[in-house]
Design a protein around this ligand. Structure first.
Ligand code: UT7
Length: 328
């Protein structure tokens, strides 16, 4: 079986910022509360008219330019998102058309904050199967479109961004090593967008009741996230004969600085081995991991041959971890 490696990485964040000071004017909150409870200082927010596919296309273009390849050579596009431009057609189809990836197939993957971890797992397996040579995996979410800016418990958390990677065949020992993914639908009620699907179609009542916005029981999600991020990371490392000491970096989903630090502490990981950039972006759902990875690469924290662990937990519940040997 050929190996699969990440060969390019690109991210896009819209320029508009929503700071904690801005939020202080919108809801009953303070900069101090937000920083202490979440670690977030600002979020990037898409301007009116900008949708998830627009950000995904920008991230994809960076990847194509970085690798210097013709979009016609892309075999498949996986767009991980919970904020598609519309329910259908899939955002992957919109991206395929816009970047000129003629002949590619693709689909959207709904796994909320675990989207990118699931997406690269799928992308790696398409390549390792030998049936695909170039798979574009994009995490893109315009969370500001489904956030209730009257609900202080959620509106402080989320931002908009996209991140993309290209997955291609690698040499033996390069790239993807393994994954552990798991869903637990019994936690589905704790974080959801209740209306707009077939259970509760959009109606005047659902709009009046603000049911198209994200609803979250924060403490329930917090408890699950802290436990699962640790357990999935620990078990995946053990499965492949590694210990936390072996990894160069944990690149975790950025939902809350306290979740990341708690999971890292239980793993026995020093803070120097964790990437945290939630202060700059907030929780951008499927794009937090590529954004954190991009920042780590640009800061020179990742070198060829390093062992990198991605871990995420999200609505569903979904949870996952995946281990890669960095290849460029
Ligand atoms: O990516 C996966 C998805 N999401 C997550 O992983 C999020 C997981 N959950 C969390 O990160 C945290 O639960 C939150 C950041 C959402 C909330 O933090 P918390 O420490 O769990 O706060 P809490 O919900 O227990 O609320 C504590 C207090 C409450 O007041 P009372 O009842 O003690 O008087 C809240 O009403 O803080 C209040 N509160 C706020 N106060 C100021 C809630 N939101 C705010 C706010 N500003 N924005």
């Amino acid at each position: 079986m050929p190996s699969a490696k990440i060969t390019a990485l690109g991210c896009y964040s819209p320029p508009g910022l929503l700071t904690n000071a801005d939020l202080e004017k919108m809801v009953d909150t303070t900069d101090q509360w937000i920083v202490e409870r979440t670690g977030i200082r600002q979020r990037h927010i898409a301007p009116p008219g900008m949708a998830t596919s627009d950000m995904a296309v920008e991230a994809a273009k960076i990847v194509l330019a970085q690798r210097g390849i013709d979009p016609m050579t892309i075999d498949a596009i996986v767009v991980c998102t919970v904020t598609p431009d519309m329910l259908f057609p899939a955002t992957a189809c919109l991206v395929q058309d816009r970047i000129g990836a003629k002949g590619a197939w693709g689909f959207d993957l709904i796994a909320a904050c675990s989207g990118f971890v699931y997406g690269v797992t799928v992308g790696a397996h398409l390549v390792m199967a030998g049936t695909h040579k170039r798979v574009l995996v994009i995490g893109s979410d315009t969370m500001s479109r489904i956030i209730d800016y009257q609900d202080r418990s959620t509106c402080i958390l989320f931002g908009d961004s996209a991140g993309a990677v290209l997955i291609e065949p690698g040499e033996p020992g390069e790239g993807y090593i393994g994954h552990l993914n798991e869903v637990d639908g019994s936690g589905g009620d704790f974080l959801k967008q209740p209306a707009g699907g077939s259970r509760m179609p959009a109606s005047r009542e659902t709009v009046d009741q603000r049911l198209h916005y994200v609803k979250q029981e924060g403490q329930q999600v917090f408890r699950y996230a802290t436990r699962k991020m640790f357990e999935m990371s620990r078990d995946l490392l053990a499965k492949h004969g590694y210990t936390p000491d072996d990894i160069k970096l944990l690149v975790p989903h950025q939902a809350n600085r306290r979740i990341i630090l708690a999971a890292a502490e239980r793993l026995g990981l020093d803070e120097s081995k964790i990437v945290i950039n939630i202060d700059q972006y907030g929780n951008t759902t499927a794009s937090t991991i590529p954004l954190a990875l991009r920042d780590a690469v640009e800061a020179g924290r990742v070198q060829k041959g390093d062992l990198i662990l991605f871990a995420a937990v999200g609505a569903g519940f979904t949870a996952g971890a995946t281990l890669w040997r960095w290849a460029y």
